[in-house]
Design a protein around this ligand. Structure first.
Ligand code: GDP
Ligand code: MG
Length: 441
C-alpha cells in the first residue's frame, strides 16, 4: 500500500520535527505513482502533487503517527477537498420545467443515468418528470429510453421518426410546458470520440432548450483520456456538473479527480450498477480512499486526525497555562471547528463559547461564517495576529477590505477573541494545566 511505501521513505524521519522539502519530495514520488495507478490523468497528477507538496513541507511530524501516515492524511484531505468541497444539488428551484441535459461519450451511461435520475426525481422529490431521447444516431436509442421509462414509471416523449434532435428538443419543451411537467430530461446522442458534428448538434440543442443543468456523464474507467473528454465538452457547453458511472466496477477513482480538476464542476452523482436504483450521491471520502488504493486508508486517516487533535489540544493547553491566546490560536480553533462541522472540543469547554456553540448547533453559525473569520485573520499582519490589541480603527478597515468583510464583522471577531482570551486567563487562575486536564477527563 501507499502507506507501506511511504514508510520506507520516512523511516529515518520519525520524531525529527518538521517535514523537510526533500523528505516530502521523496514521499510525493510514491504518491505520484499511486495517483497514476489510480488512473488520474498526468497533468492533474502534476498539479495535485505540486499543491500538496507545498502544504506538506514544514508540517510538524506528530509523535503518535508515522511521517508516512501523516503524509497519507495530508494527501487524503487534499483529495477530499478537491473532489467535493461544494454542495451539489440539482437546480430544481426554477419556474418549471427544470431542464436537464445529459451529454457524454457513447456508452458512458447517459441513457441509463437519465432514467435513474428521472426515477430518483419522481420518487424522492415527487417531481413530475418527462424524458426525451435526442439520439437519432443509434436506431434503437429512443426505444431504449422509452423502455426504461416504463420500467421506472416515468413519462417519455412519444417517438416521431425522422425528426432531427433540435426539433425533438423543441417538441419536448412544448410538451413539458403544456402538460405541466416539473422536470424535463434530455438524453443526447453519444460520441465515440469527440467529434465536431455531434458537438455542434449538442450546442444547438443547448441553445434551444437552455437547460439549467448540463451534466457530463463519464465512465469512471476512463483513464488518461479523461482530460480530453472533460476539456472538449466543457469548451463547447457550459457544464454544471459531472456524473461518474460504473463506480460499482473496479475503477480506481482517478477519473473523478481528473474531471473535477479540469471542469471545476461538482461531481453530482455516482452510477453504481446497471439497475435503475444504482445511483448514489457522490462520496468524496470513499473515492479518495480508492485513489490512494488502500482499504485501511480511512482508519489510518482517523488515527492521524485523532492524534492531530490531541496534539493541538496539548499545544493549546500549554498556551493556556501561560495565559496566552492570540489570533493564530483562534484561527487554529476555527479550522478545527470546520473540520468537525461544529465547535471544537476545546472551544466547547470555554465559558464564553457556550452561546456560540448553541448558535452553531441551531444552524445560526454556519460554515460560511467560519470561512469569513478565517479570511479576516488571514488579512491581518503577523504582528496583528500575535497582538490583536494593535488593531485600531484604521487597521480594522484594512482587514475588512482585505477579507471582503465589514468592520462590524471584524469587531465581532475581535470581541470573540477577547472573550476566549479572557476565558483562558480564568482557566489559568483555576489551576492552569491541571485544572484543564481535569476538565478533559
Ligand atoms: P449511453 O450510450 O451513454 O446512453 O450509455 P447507456 O446508458 O446505454 O449505457 C451503456 C451500458 O453501460 C449499458 O449496458 C448500461 O447498463 C451500462 N451502465 C450504465 N451505467 C452503469 C453503471 O453505473 N454501472 C454499471 N455496471 N453499468 C452501467
Ligand atoms: Mg444513449
Amino acid at each position: 500500500t501507499l502507506s507501506d511505501r511511504l514508510g520506507g521513505v520516512f523511516d529515518r524521519l520519525r520524531g525529527r520535527g518538521a517535514l523537510s522539502e526533500s523528505d516530502v519530495r521523496a514521499a510525493m514520488r510514491e504518491v505520484r505513482i499511486a495517483l497514476l495507478e489510480a488512473d488520474v490523468a498526468l497533468p492533474v497528477v502534476r498539479d495535485f502533487v505540486d499543491k500538496v507538496t507545498e502544504q506538506a513541507v514544514g508540517a510538524q511530524v506528530l509523535r503518535s503517527v508515522t511521517p508516512g501516515q501523516q503524509v497519507v492524511k495530508i494527501v487524503h484531505d487534499a483529495l477530499v477537498e478537491m473532489l467535493g468541497a461544494e454542495a451539489s444539488e440539482l437546480a430544481l428551484d426554477v419556474t418549471p420545467p427544470a431542464i436537464m441535459m445529459l451529454v457524454g461519450l457513447q456508452g458512458s451511461g447517459k441513457t441509463t443515468t437519465t432514467a435513474k435520475l428521472a426515477k430518483r426525481l419522481s420518487e424522492r422529490d415527487r417531481k413530475k418528470v418527462l424524458m426525451a431521447s435526442l439520439d437519432v444516431n443509434r436506431p434503437a436509442a429512443q426505444q431504449q429510453l422509452a423502455t426504461l421509462g416504463e420500467q421506472v414509471k416515468v413519462a417519455t416523449l412519444p417517438i416521431v421518426q425522422g425528426q432531427p434532435p433540435v426539433e425533438i428538443a423543441r417538441r419536448a419543451l412544448n410538451a413539458a410546458k403544456l402538460q405541466g411537467f416539473d422536470v424535463l430530461m434530455l438524453d443526447t446522442a453519444g460520441r465515440l470520440h469527440v467529434d465536431q458534428a455531434l458537438m455542434d448538434e449538442m450546442k444547438a440543442v443547448a441553445d434551444v432548450a437552455k437547460p439549467q443543468e448540463i451534466l457530463l456523464v463519464v465512465d469512471s474507467l476512463t483513464g488518461q483520456d479523461a482530460v480530453n473528454v472533460a476539456q472538449s465538452f466543457s469548451a463547447q457547453v457550459p457544464l454544471t456538473g459531472v456524473i461518474l458511472t460504473r463506480m460499482d466496477g473496479d475503477a480506481r477513482g482517478g477519473a473523478a479527480l481528473s474531471m473535477r480538476a479540469v471542469t471545476q464542476k461538482p461531481i453530482k452523482f455516482a452510477g453504481t450498477g446497471e439497475k435503475m436504483d444504482g445511483l448514489e450521491a457522490f462520496h468524496p471520502q470513499r473515492v479518495a480512499g480508492r485513489i490512494l488504493g488502500m482499504g485501511d486508508v480511512v482508519s489510518l486517516v482517523e488515527k492521524a486526525a485523532e492524534s492531530i487533535q490531541v496534539e493541538d489540544a496539548e499545544r493549546m493547553a500549554a498556551k493556556m497555562a501561560k495565559g496566552q491566546f492570540d489570533m493564530n490560536d483562534l484561527r487554529a480553533q476555527l479550522a478545527q471547528m470546520r473540520r468537525m462541522g461544529g465547535l471544537g472540543a476545546l472551544a466547547g469547554m470555554i465559558p464564553g463559547m457556550k452561546a456560540a456553540k448553541q448558535a452553531m448547533a441551531s444552524g445560526a453559525v454556519d460554515e460560511k461564517i467560519l470561512v469569513r473569520m478565517d479570511a479576516m485573520i488571514g488579512s491581518m499582519t503577523p504582528k496583528e495576529r500575535a497582538k490583536p490589541e494593535l488593531i485600531n480603527a484604521k487597521r480594522k478597515i484594512r482587514v475588512a477590505n482585505g477579507s471582503g468583510t465589514t468592520v462590524q464583522e471584524v469587531n465581532k471577531l475581535l470581541k470573540m477573541h477577547q472573550e476566549m482570551a479572557n476565558a483562558m486567563k480564568k482557566i489559568k487562575k483555576m489551576g492552569g494545566l491541571k485544572g484543564l486536564a481535569a476538565m478533559f477527563g
